[in-house]
Design a protein around this ligand. Structure first.
Ligand code: NG6
Ligand code: CA
Length: 506
């Protein structure tokens, strides 16, 4: 049956049933080695493993970028983020997705879906100079989400409040919120002026501005006391919103739910009941908490009788990091436990090496997707075109997203051949079994200790023979290096700036 002959929403689809609900769970900084599904024995993630075991476990699933904003931009727009020079946003940044721009949720809406975004956002909101005390627009709604309850940026950035449908949740109008990323508010303490305020956690680098809940953050904020989130209740709060949405959304049409977990990004402050759960301190405990959240989502779907008609996708926005700016002993505790967050890959968050973007990636659809392991190269930005094919929609011309629905549902081994990955504005190529990492000037590592890339030449790695990227094959494959370099420059075109690549950005 051809896709073109099929109707739109709710019709019997390509795989013989109504188009499914789609739940996309996106963890924050979860590494390839941070889930037991790929064999890690130092951490137990039974709920995530349940999706992996009952569905497709991708061994070569990628985020488009090694940091959050660009990665999420690519996932939601199907465009490479470096075309737009997307980089990590502050909490008061304007929306970086154009209001007219086609997006994954808009496409699903056209297919009859109800849409919701809950959790981490990090794509900006408003048009600049946000008044946090009024309706903030454009935002998630204009990107295509009917309902939203989101963190504007990251847990370590102000404002430390939830924004529900464009309004700060729980705000008392007599105590307005002000936010600045330029300078502290007169007379307001910061982590630098008043280090004694850091009662819950101290910073190791950066994060020395406004202190909220005893935790120093990036950016300055004052007011809005009644709206400030409680860090150790965030998982319960967000999963509560997710449960509520799944329970109450009208079931006459399918829904698309984007759930941005905040774990295990810094600051790691899991609920009390998870403290000590991993034996690895806050980072491990935050992963156990995230795993619990995933279990709650599955339970909620089960309770509503939706598991057979819901495609659940679980992945992470970028690779992992131990010390991302807070002194929570993550490096020491991981070493003591023998935990390799990278799962044997090189690099990590911020890196052009494999662990920057190769992330946990699982697709679960009970009764429709056969349990299996897949080595297909699949990038999150291909979800747009692939899901469009699933729900019989077309996508705009010129998208970077490619339709690999067959690979996504485990019905074909065919998938993307070449892919550009990005880390803090620097670019590299994946081509079949090879990775080509172009040079840049600057430090080999950043303050996190993660290795960023190669400093002075185009480096070629054979990922099949050497997934850990320990041995370059640059010298033994000069023709291939030339060919892939050409291919790389062709793909990145005018967007590749040698100088940009050479600036140490992050
Ligand atoms: C960095 C922050 C880091 C984290 C990251 C964004 C410092 C020193 N480091 O600039 O803590 O917030 O930005 O992470 O401030 S991401 O996963 O959202 O991309
Ligand atoms: Ca992230």
């Amino acid at each position: 049956m051809s896709l073109l002959t099929l109707g739109c929403c709710g019709s019997a689809g390509m795989y013989g049933q109504r188009t499914p609900n789609i739940v996309l769970i996106l963890a924050d900084d979860l590494g390839y080695g941070d889930v037991s599904a790929y064999g890690a024995r130092t951490i137990a993630t039974p709920n995530i493993d349940g999706l992996a075991r009952g569905g497709i476990s991708f061994t070569n699933g990628h985020a488009s970028s090694a940091t959050s904003t660009p990665s999420r931009y690519a996932l939601l727009t199907g465009m490479y983020p470096w075309r737009r020079r997307a980089n990590i946003l502050p909490g008061d940044a304007p929306l970086i997705i154009g209001e007219e721009q086609e997006t994954l949720p808009k496409m699903l809406r056209r297919a009859g879906y109800r849409t919701a975004a809950i959790g981490k956002w990090h794509l900006g909101m408003g048009r600049g100079r946000i008044n946090w005390n009024e309706l903030i627009a454009p935002g998630a709604r204009e990107v295509g989400f009917d309902y939203s309850c989101i963190l504007s940026a990251t847990v370590d950035r102000v404002p430390t409040v939830y924004v529900e449908n464009g309004r700060v949740l729980g705000l008392d109008p007599s105590d307005p919120i002000e936010v600045s990323y330029q300078k502290p508010f007169d007379g307001e303490p910061t982590a630098r002026t008043n280090p004694e305020l850091m009662t819950r956690m101290r910073y190791s680098h950066g994060h020395d501005q406004t202190v909220v809940n005893g935790i120093p953050r990036i950016g300055y904020m004052r007011g809005g006391k009644s709206a400030v989130w409680k860090d150790d209740e965030m998982a319960d709060f967000l999963v509560g919103k997710v449960r509520e949405y799944i329970d109450t959304v009208a079931k006459d049409r399918p829904f698309f739910l984007y759930y941005g977990l905040h774990e295990p990004h810094v600051p790691r402050v899991p609920a009390n009941r998870f403290v000590g759960a991993s034996g690895m301190g806050p980072r491990g405990d935050a992963i156990v908490e995230a795993d619990w959240c995933v279990g709650e989502v599955v339970k909620a779907l089960e309770k509503e009788g939706l598991l057979d008609n819901t495609l659940v996708i679980f992945t992470s926005d970028n690779g992992p990091v131990l010390d991302d700016g807070y002194a929570d002993e993550a490096p020491e505790l991981a070493a003591r436990a023998g935990h390799d967050m990278n799962g044997g890959l090189r690099g990590g968050k911020y890196s052009l090496f494999e662990a920057g973007t190769r992330v946990p990636f699982f697709v679960y659809w009970r009764g429709s997707v056969a349990p299996q392991r897949s080595d297909a190269l699949f990038s999150q930005h291909d979800l747009f075109a692939s899901l469009a094919a699933l729900v019989h929609q077309t996508v705009p011309e010129g998208l970077d997203s490619e339709n690999h629905l067959g690979a996504l549902l485990g019905r074909s081994g065919k998938s993307r051949k070449a892919m550009i990955v990005e880390a803090s504005g620097r670019l590299a190529l994946r081509y079949g079994r090879y990775a080509l990492v172009p040079p840049y000037r600057g430090a080999k590592k950043n303050a996190t200790g993660n290795e960023l890339g190669v400093v002075d030449h185009y480096a070629l790695y054979d990922l099949e023979a050497d997934p850990a990227q320990q041995h370059e094959v640059t010298e033994s494959h000069p023709r291939l290096v030339r060919k892939l370099r050409k291919q790389f420059l062709k793909l990145v075109g005018e967007y590749y700036q040698e100088e940009k690549q050479q600036e140490a950005l992050q």
